[in-house]
Design a protein. Structure first.
Length: 362
């Protein structure tokens, strides 16, 4: 399919990646994180493919995301919840996370069965209690409460994707000490801590379950090449050449005349822009594949169009497919490549694709 802004998503790649991660986890469960519209890939399609690939649970950030999912496997809402959000999550029969006694009381007051995970802030500095004694006491409290099920004990790593740092081992040690304490009284609790980076970095962080997000979509949590881990990128972003224009020296492309031709050349116009999530910071700072060849993006990215330099002697014609993320011929552009140009991470590249970029199944 050739269209103005198309994000092709391969369910087969997501299945493959989940199989790879499940094998890496050995006997531990794989929880596929499908928050933020499946990291820009489409939440429901990603969830279905992940389960087909071996995921036994799903995770999201918000109650609304849980309510929108249709799945036969348990769903965990990892984020903070207002009391209205809590009602939405429980109505969706999703697991929820607690780190204060007040929130446990709020859950119990609903009078409906609820599966609750207790979160320790072992060094992320965000949600969760920093006090292991409070986390341990909350586990006891939930286990003893009528209608509540102590479903999990969890933490989240801040630097698992920074190989060789000393914060990750410290977090792991602090959490493991709590795990040993809680398991003595609640041997059936599901313990989970590892994100994608931790799964690939340290087997001792796997515990009973791992919550994998970025790797599910074939993106490298370390920002390098996903193929190094046997992962396959699931998303390809394409547009097409809507016009080919001859430029003479001094002719400019786009707002602000940030690029001018130094010699006679031809410029291709692609009908995709920051209104689709192709960031303005990529102005004069990206490459696009056409006919399996790299062409520099020139001029300012606008809301609806970008321009590329095709060179003085081009065989590119109107209507040809242009690849902004993905492979064509023997060339490829990874989301990681785009992220490096932007000074950000691959997560933001795919999650930042806007709804106007049509998602289609590859």
């Amino acid at each position: 399919m050739i269209g103005r802004a198309v994000a092709r998503v391969s369910r087969r790649a997501i299945e493959h990646n989940c199989t790879v991660l499940s094998e890496r986890l050995g006997g531990s469960e794989l929880c596929a994180v499908v928050k933020a519209n499946g990291y820009g890939h489409g939440a429901q399609a990603a969830a279905d493919a992940a389960v087909a690939g071996g995921a036994t649970r799903l995770a999201v950030a918000t109650a609304a995301e849980a309510a929108a999912l249709r799945s036969d496997v348990p769903v965990l809402v990892m984020g903070a919840l207002t009391r209205t959000d809590l009602d939405t999550a429980l109505a969706a029969r999703a697991d929820v996370v607690a780190w204060t006694g007040e929130f446990v009381d709020a859950i119990a007051a609903r009078g409906v069965p609820a599966r609750v995970h207790v979160k320790l802030d072992s060094g992320m500095g965000r949600l969760g209690t920093k006090d292991p004694r409070e986390a341990s006491a909350l586990c006891d409290r939930i286990a003893a409460a009528e209608g509540l099920d102590l479903a999990g004990l969890m933490t989240h790593f801040a630097t698992a994707d920074e190989r060789g740092d000393d914060h990750f081992p410290g977090q792991l040690a602090r959490f493991t000490e709590l795990v040993d304490d809680v398991r003595r009284r609640h041997p059936g609790v599901t313990v989970h801590a590892a994100n994608s980076a931790a799964v690939l970095r340290d087997r001792t962080a796997h515990f009973d379950m791992a919550r994998c997000g970025i790797a599910v979509y074939g993106l490298d949590p370390f920002g390098q090449d996903p193929a190094e881990h046997g992962l396959q990128p699931a998303l390809e972003l394409t547009s097409y050449v809507a016009a080919v224009k001859r430029f003479e020296p001094g002719d400019s492309a786009g707002y602000g005349r940030t690029w001018t031709a130094k010699e006679p050349t031809r410029v291709g116009v692609l009908p995709i822009g920051y209104g689709d999530g192709w960031r303005r910071a990529l102005s004069n700072n990206a490459e696009v594949l056409v006919r399996g060849r790299r062409h520099p993006l020139v001029g300012t990215v606008s809301m609806d169009n970008v321009t590329i330099d095709l060179g003085s002697d081009t065989d590119v014609a109107v209507g040809e497919e242009a690849v902004l993320i993905g492979a064509q011929g023997g060339e490829r552009i990874l989301a990681e490549d785009v992220a490096r140009r932007l000074g950000t991470i691959n997560y933001e590249v795919t999650t930042g694709l806007l709804p106007r970029a049509e998602r289609v199944e590859a």
